[in-house]
Design a protein around this ligand. Sequence first.
Ligand SMILES: Cc1ncc(COP(=O)(O)O)c(C=O)c1O
Length: 411
Amino acid sequence: MTMDRSPLSSTTESFDEEREWALETRAVRCGIQRSAFNEHSEALYLTSSYVFEDAQQAADRFTNREPGMIYSRFTNPTVTAFQDRLAALEGGEVCLATASGMSAILTTLMGLLKAGDHVVASQSLFGSSIQLLTGVLARFGVTTTFVSLSDGSAWQQAIRPETRLFFVETPANPTMELADLTCLSEIAHAHGLLLVVDNCFCTPILQRPLEWGADLVVHSATKYLDGQGRVLGGAIVGSRTLVMDSPIYQFLRTAGPTMSPFNAWVCLKGMETLAIRMEAQCARALEMAEWLERQSSVVRVLYPGLPSHPQHALAMAQQGGSGGAVVTFEVAGGQAAAWRVIDGLHMISVTGNLGDTKSTLTHPATTTHGRLTDEARQAAGITPGMLRLSVGLEALTDLQCDMARGLLTPP
Ligand SMILES: Cc1ncc(COP(=O)(O)O)c(C=O)c1O
């Protein structure tokens, strides 16, 4: 595929002359712009700025009269390659990369909101997203109403004249509750609001929220896009009008929560194996969920791939027939029992990250959601006995052996 286009502009070209490429092909082929050396693998451009031919060209670049690289806070060829590839996978017109998942959410909200505006958000969100809305944006006059992710009427009722957008994560971290994206996008659009979806848990391999009516997708590339726990990154995907020709891009350009070229390169190469990693990790997650359901010390397993999940049918339709690669479960005996499981492990990593090829186990109540008030934690559905298992690529027998060791640790 030739890539004769402005390095400033992301595109979703993901087809040859006859037909559209499948997701697996997009993940390895989209976003490539070869340099004069015609390298096969994507180049890493570690440069903070670019040389102009003369003063006129510098002026034209800075004022957007001429496309081209300017300064790596907002233009870098490796970052552009990452953006193009992710846009092609999500089916969005453009993508804007950011330093982390949280900076993708911050950039989106700073771009779309102003003092006096109101957001309706899911009660079940990653802890820092709740903190961002209540602890940071609230200081700048933005208010948020949190409602149940799965109760469509609650979203409708929470809308006020000053509401600008709905913000959801589906499945939610760590409760694995789902949003019905068609339902929420219809409510949002009927009131002239935007639907913003954090697609970190599913990735575009399982779920493409824009196809279900979402206006913007945000990502923590730190998770499955990198996939090997190496770097932080984030992204915003949507229409050119909403993302690039808008205050969202202006915020990134001006304030600089930018993805580094090195991190973009790592995530770009990580995306090449995204489809096969997701397939393998989701298959193991389903088997781990079924196994956990059979353990006597486990009182509840929250995994959308299980028929026991209240939104199993929605998951199968919206997430391409998969429950994802994260399994949340609850042990009897509250926090002490949950900590015993963690402390009994020998192999599975005790860490806050997820989406890695190495399986990880997290106690959300005291880590990812530890900064929330007890009330907010309860509203987010986090219980003291809850554990979040992000299933990696180890053999199932080793995962089950290690988890059994944790579950059988005596008090
Ligand atoms: C659903 C979700 N969104 C956003 C984030 C934030 O991403 P980052 O850590 O890259 O800032 C996380 C991190 O765990 C997450 O789980």
